[in-house]
Design a protein around this ligand. Structure first.
Ligand code: FAD
Ligand code: SIN
Length: 529
C-alpha cells in the first residue's frame, strides 16, 4: 500500500479546503485531496455571491439579525457574530488573491446585489458566476505554493483513527485517511498531525438537487463513523428556483434574479402569488418561498411556476446575468422577453459535523470547515450567500488553530495497512446503481419540503433495509468510488431521517404537518454515535 506523510491532510479542494491550505502553507506542508477534478465541488457552481457588510448605512447588527431571523432562532449567536464580523476582511483577502468582484458606482468600491432575507444590499459578486472566479483564484494561489500538494482523483474512504494504529491509542485521535486512487483502483494511506474535513454537502441524497454529482455527504458519514457528533441534519435547504427542464436537471437560477426585481407567477394566469404568502414577497427567506411554490404546484397540479424578470430593461438583464442568459438562450428561453420555468430543488446542507469557533471537531487532530459542518451559523435555515463566507472564515480559523497548537499535535504512529485479503471484485454493479436511485427517490418523496411522521417512518424503514444491504456489499467487495459514495449516502439519509423524526415541531426548513407550530425554545438536534 502506498503511504504518504504530510504535516496536514485537507480533504476537499473547494472554498473551505483551499482557504485552510493556503493559510497553513505559510507554516507547514499540506496535502489537499479531492475525489475528482479540483473544481468539481459546489464552490465553482456558486452564482449569487458572498454576503458582507459593505454598504454605507449597513451594520454588523443588521447582518447578524437577518441571519438569525432566517435561521428561525436556532443559530448560535457567538458563531453568527464571529462570521459576520470577519466577513469584510475575508472579502479583502479574496480581492487580494485576484477575485475580480464587480466594481460599484461612485461611492461604492464593489457592486452589491440583494438576495432574500437580507435587509440591505450586501452581496459582492462576479457577474452571476462568483463561485467559478473564487475557485480559480484559490486554485491558482494553491498551485503557486510549494508547500501545497494538490491530489485530485483520490476518493477518501474513511478517517484513520486510534483503532487503526498498531497500538490502540484509546483516545480516538485522527491521523489521516485511507483513500481510493481513482486512476489505479488501489487504496493509499495519507497521514498527518492534523486532518481537515472540507468535503462539502450532501445534496445528492435527494433526487433533484442544484449541487454537483459529488455532494454525497462523505465527510459527514466519515466523521460519524469515526465518532463525531452530527447536528441538525433535518434542515436541508431547498432553493426555490432551479430551472425546470427535462434535459438539464440541476441548473440554478440565482436568487439575485428575484433580488433585482424578478417575480414568481402562476403560468396560466400570470398571477404573482408570493404577496399572498409573505409581506416580503419574493424576497422572503428561502424556506418560505420554496414552501409557497411547493404549495402552489401541488394545489394547482402544475409542473413548475414562472420566474419573470422580462419587465426589466433587456440590457440590465444581460449585464447582470450574462451566464444564465446565455445558458437559457441555448435552451430556447430568452429571459429578457419571457418567463423562466422553475421548481424548488435541494440546495444546501445546513446540518453537519459539530465544530467550535476554531473548526475543532469532537476528535483530537480532526478539524472541519464549510458545508460539511454545523458551526451554529445557519440555524434552521441558511441566509443566502452566507455559506461561501462561512468557508473562508472557518477555513482560516482551523488553520490558525492548528498553527498555534502545533507543538501539541503528535506525530502519527505506525498505521495498519488497508486489508483487502477477504474481498473480491464486485460482480453485481447493478446493486450500487439501483440503490443510489432508490435512496434519492424516497428521500425526495418522503423527506422533502413538507413532511409527515408517517412518511418519515416509511423512509426510516427503507433506510434500515438498504443500510444492511449496502454494508453486506461493502464487506464483501473491493472498494470503488461509487460504492464508497453509496455507503455514505445511505448513512447520511439515515442521519437526516433520524433527525427529522426527532424534531417534534416545525421550524425553518423542517416543516411537518403533524407538528405545524414552532416550540418556544430553539434546541439543536444532536446525534451522538
Ligand atoms: P465544496 O466546494 O463542495 O468542495 C467539496 C470538496 O470535497 C471537493 O473538492 C470534493 O472533491 C471533496 N470531497 C468530497 N468528498 C470527498 C472524498 N470522499 N474524498 C476526497 N475528496 C472529497 N453559497 C454562497 O454563499 N453564495 C452563492 O452564491 C452560492 N451559490 C450556490 C449555487 C449552487 C448551484 C450551489 C450548489 C451552491 C451554492 N452555494 C452558494 C453554496 C456554496 O457554494 C457551498 O456551500 C460551498 O461552496 C461549499 O464549499 P466547501 O468548500 O464546503 O465544499
Ligand atoms: C443563489 O445565487 O441563489 C445562491 C446563493 C446561495 O446559495 O447562497
Amino acid at each position: 500500500m502506498a503511504e504518504h506523510t504530510y504535516d496536514v491532510i485537507v480533504i476537499g479542494s473547494g472554498a473551505a479546503g483551499l482557504t485552510a491550505a493556503i493559510n497553513l502553507a505559510e507554516h507547514c506542508r499540506v496535502a489537499v485531496i479531492a475525489k475528482g477534478a479540483l473544481s468539481d465541488g459546489s464552490t465553482a457552481w456558486a452564482q449569487g455571491g458572498i454576503a458582507a457588510v459593505l454598504e454605507p448605512g449597513d451594520t454588523f447588527d443588521s447582518h447578524i439579525e437577518d441571519t438569525m431571523v432566517a435561521g428561525a432562532g436556532l443559530n448560535n449567536r457567538a458563531t453568527v457574530e464571529f462570521v459576520v464580523e470577519n466577513a469584510p476582511a475575508a472579502i479583502e483577502r479574496l480581492a487580494a488573491l485576484g477575485v475580480p468582484f464587480n466594481p460599484g458606482g461612485e461611492d461604492e468600491r464593489w457592486h452589491l446585489t440583494r438576495e432574500g432575507g437580507h435587509s440591505h444590499r450586501r452581496i459582492v459578486h462576479v457577474d452571476d458566476a462568483t463561485g467559478w472566479a473564487v475557485q480559480q483564484a484559490l486554485e491558482a494561489a494553491a498551485k503557486a505554493n510549494p508547500n501545497i500538494t494538490l491530489i485530485p482523483d483520490m476518493v477518501v474512504i474513511d478517517l484513520v483513527t486510534g483503532r487503526h494504529g498498531e497500538r490502540y491509542s484509546g483516545e480516538g485521535h485522527v491521523w489521516g485517511v485511507y483513500a481510493c486512487n481513482r486512476r489505479t483502483g488501489r487504496v493509499e494511506l495519507f497521514t498527518g498531525r492534523a486532518t481537515i474535513l472540507a468535503t462539502g454537502g450532501a445534496g445528492r441524497t435527494y433526487l433533484y438537487s442544484t449541487a454537483p454529482r459529488g455532494a454525497t455527504g462523505d465527510g459527514i458519514a466519515m466523521a460519524w463513523r469515526a465518532g463525531c457528533r452530527i447536528s441538525n441534519m433535518e434542515f436541508m435547504q431547498f432553493h426555490p428556483t432551479c430551472l425546470y427542464n427535462l434535459e438539464v436537471k440541476n441548473f440554478l437560477i440565482t436568487e439575485a434574479v428575484r433580488g433585482e426585481g424578478g417575480h414568481l407567477l402562476i403560468p396560466e394566469t400570470g398571477h404573482r402569488f408570493m404577496p399572498d404568502f409573505d409581506s416580503r414577497a419574493e424576497l422572503a427567506p428561502r424556506d418560505v418561498v420554496a414552501r409557497a411554490i411547493d404549495h402552489e404546484i401541488k394545489r394547482l397540479g402544475l409542473d413548475y411556476v414562472h420566474l419573470d424578470i422580462s419587465h426589466r430593461p433587456e440590457e440590465f438583464v444581460k449585464e447582470h446575468f450574462p451566464n444564465i442568459y446565455e445558458k437559457l438562450l441555448g435552451l430556447g428561453i430568452d429571459m429578457t422577453k419571457e418567463p423562466i420555468p422553475v421548481v424548488p430543488a435541494q440546495h444546501y446542507t445546513c446540518g453537519g459535523v459539530v465544530v467550535d469557533l476554531d473548526g475543532r471537531t469532537d476528535l483530537p487532530g480532526l478539524y472541519a470547515a464549510g458545508e460539511v459542518t454545523q458551526s451554529g451559523l445557519h440555524g434552521a435555515n441558511r441566509l443566502a450567500s452566507n455559506s461561501l463566507l462561512e468557508c473562508f472564515v472557518f477555513g482560516e480559523a482551523a488553520a490558525r488553530h492548528i498553527i498555534a497548537n502545533w507543538e501539541d499535535l503528535p506525530e502519527p504512529p505506525p498505521i495498519r495497512p488497508w486489508d483487502e485479503s477477504r474481498v473480491t471484485d464486485s460482480d453485481e454493479e447493478v446493486i450500487v446503481a439501483h440503490n443510489w436511485r432508490e435512496i434519492r427517490r424516497f428521500m425526495w418523496d418522503y423527506v422533502g419540503i413538507v413532511r409527515t411522521t408517517k412518511r418519515l417512518e416509511r423512509a426510516a424503514h427503507r433506510v434500515q433495509l438498504l443500510r444492511q444491504e449496502v454494508e453486506d456489499y461493502y464487506g464483501n467487495f473491493r472498494v470503488a468510488p461509487d460504492l464508497i459514495e453509496l455507503r455514505n449516502l445511505i448513512e447520511v439519509a439515515n442521519l437526516i431521517v433520524r433527525s427529522a423524526l426527532h424534531r417534534k415541531e416545525s421550524r425553518g426548513l423542517h416543516y411537518t404537518l403533524d407538528y405545524p407550530t414552532t416550540l418556544p425554545q430553539a434546541i439543536d438536534t444532536i446525534l451522538v454515535p
